[in-house]
Design a binder for this molecule. Sequence first.
Ligand code: EZ4
Ligand code: CO
Length: 402
Amino acid sequence: MKIVSAKVIVTCPGRNLVTLKIMTDQGVHGLGDATLNGREKAVVAYLQDHVIPCLIGRDPHRIEDIWQYLYKGAYWRRGPVTMTAIGAVDTALWDIKGKAAGLPLYQLLGGKSREAVMVYCHANGADISEAVDSVAAHMAQGYRAIRAQAGVPGLDKVYGVPKGGAAYEPAEKGLPVETVWSSEKYLDHAPKLFETLREKFGFGLHLLHDVHHRLTPIEAARLGKALEPLRMFWIEDPTPAENQDAFRLIRQHTVTPLAVGEVFNSIWDCKGLIENQLIDYIRATVTHAGGITHLRKIAALAEIYQVRTGCHGATDLSPVCMGAALHFDIAVPNFGVQEHMPHTAETDAVFPHAYSYHDGFMHPGDAVGHGVEIDEALAAKYPYDPAYLPIARLEDGTLTSW
Ligand code: EZ4
Ligand code: CO
């Protein structure tokens, strides 16, 4: 089999999504997600100008060799743009291999390790009482694991909480929106949200929370400690992870489980946190961490330290990523949980897929490959519409982590 052509499809059915489609001489094609929120066109150019010309004529079955060729061959290693591009190629090649073999992707990854994939959803509210209602509504849909975020008194806009109770969408049209952040206000408020949720719903539900890189290590330790009696499933990204030693400090103070890694793009970002047992869940995912091939290596490293996976699954990862991630999740031995933010109906229509949600769990389906396709005619009706992630400043105007 040979790769004869490849193209990049950009569409905006509610938000910008980038898809790589690789075609072969046997009529089999594969799809990979190449979406890097707010920097979409950089990956498009990387693929079109530097990757696709190198793919033509290659045997798509040689997934590992092509991965190494794109990684080592670039000389300039790692980084979100490069690794997203490699991830898209890799995902498309696994899709092709599955289709050629007549098997769903999870069979190629060793088969099912479980019957279905536990997913967590997002509940949010402008205040605690709205967040409580949102958690109740998601419990009614069957979710066993729920991430809760609430507005903070005195702060106008808070990560994860849109205006008017709508589903949260992590990008806004036009130039970056500016938000104001105060760790002091947040730290006084966040434990109250989870105290209220436990009072209301008891301990039979997994509760998660995303701190979104906002705190210093000692502040994160304080939050972990305050949340300990509430027995969180995890707190996510308590502090930025460039300095991995920060997590040692947090660990010295709290047994609240930690999840890190949605912005990671290689095993080198994960290595210290995993080997030193500084985290409990690794959140790297297919699209941004070099595809199925590289994510498997991250998971294998994590497995020997009893660190479990918790793949990023926000709406800025396309249904192609979701499909591939669910095959990975159902096969990997050290699975923890999968994030699930449902896409808009428009997005689901552009990307017909075999995966499904039922009663708190998802299943990748039994279609061959990863089971996600793209309706190119429909995709063309939604042209690219520039959008950015917001930025955050402290109350005195200092730029901080969003
Ligand atoms: O802010 O994917 O856990 N989920 C998240 C996401 C991220 C977005 C960034 O593009 O933190 O909502
Ligand atoms: Co997050």
